[in-house]
Design a protein around this ligand. Structure first.
Ligand code: PLP
Length: 362
């Protein structure tokens, strides 16, 4: 890899493309002749409004966001959305459906219970969160205010390979924190898509919510102004100071995604990277993939030897080889390779070689 950078398999915050970092670096003290850094600008200034509007436009174009949807640039992480979604949407019928497929999906469900009846529409707990339930395994309430799911389970390494069908009139709400902009998405199927930016898009601090406008404006009276979709729509995400720098970085990231051919091309590359890794793991006699076939994530590849000492040895040796963050989440153990948009093919190739070499010497 160029200069002295290592292959960083962190689940988030995670790698950004070198091109993006270099561009940010070149502009860091004087953004396009403004005499100041983007970090130092008033968010009400003309030059910053330009950055904001351009980023909105590029993001909408790449994601194919249709009319009738607003893209909000918020803070508070995906975790704040766990509360913001029920506060704004659950007033319709006082209940909502949640699919429990792992740590973050379950946290969203737990939070929603504070605001109404949050029912379990499906769960993969019976096989330790290693799979995604099929459509016919879901029990859906036609009177739910919405149906919530998490498209990619960052910690467990599972990913929905289909878009669940909600009953007529029930909006679909999705936490896409760890796979947003990794593949094309039909936004029109959703009521709300939200994502923390620090996995696939930008530095931490920015949270994106794509909101179907007619869902806003029905929030609970206790909803803080900063957590009202309607308020944020009316104020164009600038009710208060937005995360100025990460929004600018998102704009650079959008340019990069465009330069590699947009989401259709990016998906092909992401599938190729993931399959390369899964093939090596499937051929191995030492390693097992944690997620079941058909539910495997193209973003977070979880695997293990079944022996904790050997797993620890693998992680320790990987660090010596110049890889970082291959240790699995503490709740799952084993290893996890997060291979988001910015992880280059060479990084995955190098990891595959290391896995084979480790097995040979084990
Ligand atoms: C990381 C992550 C979260 C938590 O995001 P924060 O921005 O830290 O609040 C939620 N959901 C998913 C799927 C994640 O990957």
């Amino acid at each position: 890899m160029a200069n002295d950078r290592i292959f960083n398999f962190s689940a988030g915050p995670s790698m950004l493309p070198l091109e993006v970092l270099n561009r940010a670096g070149a502009e860091i003290t004087n953004y396009k002749g403004s005499g100041m850094s983007v970090m130092e600008m008033s968010h009400r200034s003309k030059v910053y409004q330009g950055i904001f509007d351009e980023t909105q436009e590029k993001f909408r174009k790449l994601m194919g966001v249709p009319e009738g949807y607003k893209v909000l640039f918020l803070q508070g992480g995906a975790t704040m959305q766990f509360a913001m979604v029920p506060m704004n949407l659950m007033t319709k019928t006082g209940k909502a459906d949640y699919v429990r497929t792992g740590n973050f999906a379950n946290n969203a469900h737990k939070e929603a219970k504070k605001y109404g009846e949050a029912n379990v529409a499906g769960s993969s707990e019976d096989r330790k969160w290693t799979y995604i339930p099929s459509q016919d395994q879901l029990t859906l309430d036609p009177e739910a205010s919405y149906l919530h799911y998490c498209s990619n389970n960052t910690i467990e390494g599972t990913q929905w390979q289909y878009v669940p069908q909600a009953p007529a009139g029930v909006p679909l709400v999705c936490d896409m924190s760890s796979d947003i902009m990794s593949r094309p998405v039909d936004v029109s199927k959703y009521g709300i898509i939200y994502a923390g930016a620090q996995k696939n898009l930008a530095p931490a601090g920015l949270t994106i919510a794509i909101v179907k406008e007619d869902l806003a404006g029905h929030e609970m009276p206790i909803t803080p102004a900063i957590m009202s979709y309607k308020n944020m729509i009316d104020k164009d995400s600038m009710y208060n100071t937005p995360p100025c720098w990460p929004i600018y970085m998102l704009g650079l990231m959008c340019d990069w995604v465009e330069s590699v051919g947009g989401l259709t091309e990016l998906e092909k590359i992401n599938i190729k990277k993931a399959n390369m890794l899964y093939d090596v793991l499937d051929e191995s006699k030492l390693f097992q993939v944690a997620a079941e076939k058909g539910s495997r994530s193209f973003m977070n590849v979880t695997f293990r030897t079944g022996n904790d000492d050997l797993d620890a040895k693998f992680v320790a040796e990987s660090v010596k080889k110049g890889f970082s963050n291959l240790k699995g989440h503490r709740s799952v153990g084993g290893m996890r390779a997060s291979i988001y948009n910015a992880m280059p093919m060479e990084g995955v190739e190098a990891l595959c070689e290391f896995i084979k070499e480790f097995e040979k010497n084990a």
